[in-house]
Design a protein around this ligand. Structure first.
Ligand code: PLP
Length: 414
């Protein structure tokens, strides 16, 4: 195809299929433009984005203030590495630390890198502060977790597809059932080598599992009792997605280590971060950890702009209110539905459970029909569809989406 010819969606998909590794199974739609809650494909069909790049686009597509920050910083200084200082990093670190209430921030790029960073900080703290014998530290994780794709992280995943033929795996993790305080207590009581407890405040990838009320509060108290670091992975749940700035804020829990990513940059640039107080972060010294791009001036400018948008536009409050409305509307539909069993979630992180076997393709087919009706969403594991629109959505748009979803589901009712 000549570069002067206009590319069709079919052409774009064929190119990816031929030259790209097949590590994803995307919905067959080729996006070419986005603004706020909408995206357009190559044929100029308009869709509601009801996934927000897995909650990275909380501030909406191409938010002008975030894009302006990206452009103006790009024209001035893009990358220094950490061999030298840059004038943006400290300002961003101060802003984020004050906003989230921590002493220090360690900047990285992707969510998985931030999780790795948190695990390393936690282990080092365990040896140097808690006094665990060298190489004996254990970190408790939860079943059905999703924390990213690195070799260490998949070592404690129980998704066979994510692990198959990637071994040998990293030791030092103990898996317990999510939302099971007894299991946490027993593990903490029976093992004095526990350094940390890594947990998603809501399990997003697993299918938006919301734990019981006070689970996080009680888990944090157990960690405190046993001098174990409570590590909250808020890569997906953070930055207003669940109706508060952080999902742990619903229970007024302060993690010892906070992991942020995705919407920390409004989805325009990869930015992630680990935050902790001095007592923990001071175990990190020059040479212990780093990243060429982590803390670069563009990332710093973009993340500050992204966080300001969330605050100035009251996105947490909007997510809280629209989330309630969404679940009320869906519950009204489910009362007379055979195809949907349940809706669950918090704020604008929700999922519906499709009434079919785990291995059936019904959820996928519903997502295809939603796409044809102008709304983009994707199944998570099994027969669960996650709904996570940009938080800049207004009530009228949400109700429009609800009617698209209801009309689409209606065509699947038996
Ligand atoms: C809770 C959680 N942690 C970590 C990650 C990994 O983030 P990334 O894909 O940026 O590496 C994700 C991604 O979905 C996530 O949901």
């Amino acid at each position: 195809m000549s570069i002067l010819e206009k590319m069709s969606s079919t052409d774009a998909i064929a190119l990816e299929k031929k030259y790209g590794a097949h590590n994803y199974h995307p919905l067959p739609v080729v996006l070419n433009r986005g603004e706020g809650v909408f995206v357009w494909d190559l044929e100029d069909r308009k869709y509601y984005d009801f996934l927000s790049a897995y909650s990275a686009i909380n501030q909406g597509h191409c938010h002008p203030k975030i894009v302006d920050a990206l452009i103006s910083q790009s024209k001035k200084l893009t990358l220094t590495s950490r061999a030298f200082h840059n004038d943006m990093l400290g300002q961003y670190e101060e802003y984020a630390c004050q906003l989230f209430g921590f002493d220090k921030l360690l900047p990285m790029n992707t969510g998985a890198e931030a999780v790795e960073t948190a695990l390393k900080v936690c282990r080092k703290w365990a040896y140097e502060k808690k006094g665990i014998v060298a190489n004996e530290a254990q970190i408790i994780v939860c079943e059905n977790n999703f924390h990213g794709r690195t070799t260490t992280i998949i070592s404690f995943s129980n998704d066979p597809v994510a692990r198959e033929n990637f071994g040998p795996f990293t030791d030092g993790f103990i898996k317990i059932e999510y939302n099971n305080l007894k299991a946490l207590q027993t593990t903490l009581e029976s093992n004095s080598n526990i350094a940390g407890f890594l947990v998603e405040p809501i399990q997003g990838e697993a299918g938006v599992y919301v734990p019981s009320e006070n689970y996080l509060t009680k888990a944090k108290a157990l960690c405190e009792k046993h001098n174990v670091l409570f590590i909250a992975d808020e890569v997906q749940t953070g930055i207003a997605r669940t109706g508060k700035m952080l999902a742990v804020d619903h229970e007024n829990v302060t993690p010892d280590i906070l992991i942020l990513g995705k919407a920390l940059s409004g989805g325009v640039y990869p930015v992630s971060a680990v935050l902790a107080n001095n007592e923990v972060m001071e175990v990190i010294h020059p040479g212990n950890h780093g990243s060429t791009f982590g803390g670069n001036p563009i990332a710093a400018a973009v993340a500050m702009a992204a966080l300001k948008v969330v605050k100035d536009e009251h996105l947490a409050q909007n997510a809280l209110e629209l989330g309630e409305l969404f679940r009320t509307e869906m519950n009204a539909y489910i009362a007379n539905s055979t195809i949907v069993k349940k809706v669950r979630g918090k704020g604008l992180l929700n999922a519906i459970l499709i009434n079919d076997t785990e291995d059936s393709s019904t959820a996928w087919e519903i997502c295809m029909a939603l796409k044809n009706n102008g709304l983009l969403a994707k199944p998570t594991h099994g027969n669960i569809i996650r709904f996570a629109p940009p938080l800049v959505m207004n009530k009228e748009q949400l109700l429009d989406c609800v009617s698209i979803i209801k009309n689409t589901l209606q065509s699947f009712e038996k």
